[in-house]
Design a protein around this ligand. Structure first.
Ligand code: NDP
Length: 400
């Protein structure tokens, strides 16, 4: 059906490579490109062993538009799946416009020198993508991604108006390390150490980091202390679902993780500005990444599961209704299937499904779109088929 270039050979790239190969009737030509070609080759080798499918590999520095343009002109892909880092979003979108290639990513653009996630940089490309007749699909991982589609599905099928949305993200897995992050440490630590923020009655309310917390009950897991943090999908969801009166994002953290995080911050290792070290400039958080466990290597001994979903309160036929839709994903199963742990799996599977939606013409419209702006139904159907089955609960107490 079409040719796809995956950019980024990390944990998420590993899962995407496996899943697109498993869907060879949709993705007839597959290329995996990243900064370090040897990582692409290792993944391609593993995918061949698991699925029998050959993936072509390439080297590219996605910070450089001319390198991307050269690659895209050589390969002529229909779609680029960007699972490198959020810093590369705009350069890849620029190259897509120059070469007439469609675009999909899982995380919104962030400037390297400021931990700030906003869609405005990417939404500013809307007219150019529209004029070029190209589709850009933003935020197609799990959160953002599946959670945004869950919200669209709930609004379409179960509510006349949605009023309260709580996205709840629990990782009850155990990787056996004293401290490790589940995806890129630099991006992860920047995300979880910033101030909290949620939306209420038309306003954004800022909190101190991890100020609001309480135990929430997760299916098959039980109660876990959960913290309100800011997460990027809130920005597009409150815009696309204007009936929302409140929208929050909760994430679980263990005490051990939070203690390490506090120490890392207190000693300056979370700094994102340059410091002078032995006559050389280094960025502390980038140095920290080099010494922390590689998230891609956590899979082998990872046990337990993730549970991520949306808790929604709203109105149906004049009556108040509550609704909880979620997926639980086992780290061990994810590792068996793809060689990557559950957090990479829950991101890479929705990215592959989004790409499939595009290839099949189901999510194809010129412009720049967040995933909740497309028809949720075919995506939801594929979640069940591609390894992330979802479950629904109705009229339950959402506060526990
Ligand atoms: P990793 O750090 O494991 O992998 C990132 C990959 O991108 C590496 O292979 C890296 O290359 C490559 N890369 C970095 N810079 C460049 C560059 N300039 N040019 C080419 N390649 C580059 O990250 P993850 O796989 O954990 O995460 C990938 C993305 O997924 C991130 O954007 C993350 O924010 C997002 N994500 C989204 C989630 C969601 O649910 N929406 C959840 C989790 C992650 P090298 O190996 O050479 O360093």
């Amino acid at each position: 059906m079409g040719k796809v270039v995956i950019i980024g050979a990390g944990g998420v790239g590993t899962v995407v490579a496996n899943k697109v190969a498993q869907n060879k009737e949709v993705f007839t030509d597959i290329v995996l490109a990243s900064r370090t070609k040897s990582k692409c080759d290792a993944i391609a080798h593993d995918v061949k062993r698991r699925t029998g499918v050959t993936i072509q590999t390439a080297q590219v520095d996605a910070d450089r538009v001319p390198e991307l343009v050269k690659l895209f002109n050589e390969l002529k892909p229909d779609l680029v799946i960007n699972v490198a880092l959020p810093y590369q979003d705009l350069t890849i979108m620029d190259a897509c416009l120059e070469c007439g290639v469609n675009y999909l990513d899982t995380a919104n653009y962030e400037p390297k020198d400021e931990a700030k996630y906003e869609y405005r940089w990417q939404w500013a490309y809307r007219d150019r993508f529209e004029k070029a007749g190209l589709t850009a699909i933003l935020g197609c991982g799990f959160d953002p991604g599946a959670t945004s589609v869950f919200t669209a599905y709930a609004a379409k099928h179960h509510f006349d108006e949605i009023h309260h949305l709580d996205i709840v993200d629990c990782n009850a897995g155990d990787h056996g390390k004293a401290f490790a992050t589940n995806f890129n440490p630099e991006i992860n630590i920047r995300e979880v150490t910033q101030k909290g923020k949620y939306y209420e009655n038309g306003q954004w309310i800022e909190t101190e980091p991890h100020e609001i917390h309480k135990p929430l009950n997760y299916p098959e897991i039980g109660p876990k202390e959960s913290y309100v943090i800011y997460h990027e999908e809130l920005e597009s969801l409150v815009k696309n679902f204007p009936t929302l009166k409140r929208a929050r994002f909760w994430m679980t953290f263990g005490q051990e993780y939070l203690t390490h995080l506090r120490v890392i911050q207190n000693i300056g290792m979370a700094r994102i500005d340059e410091v002078e070290y032995n006559g050389q400039k280094i960025v502390p958080i980038q140095f920290l990444k080099a010494v922390l466990p590689d998230p891609g290597e956590l899979g082998e001994n990872y046990t337990g599961q993730t549970s991520i979903g949306c808790r929604i309160r709203g109105i149906k036929d004049g009556k108040e209704r509550t609704y909880y839709i979620y997926n639980n994903c086992s780290h061990e199963e994810a590792y068996k299937e793809t060689g990557a742990q559950g957090v990479s799996y829950t991101t890479g599977v929705p990215a592959t499904i989004g790409a499939m939606m595009f290839m099949q013409g189901l999510w194809k419209k010129p412009g720049v779109w967040n995933v909740e702006e497309f028809n949720p139904d075919p995506f939801m159907e594929q979640l069940n088929k591609q390894g992330l089955p979802w479950h629904e609960l109705f009229d339950i107490d959402l506060e526990v």
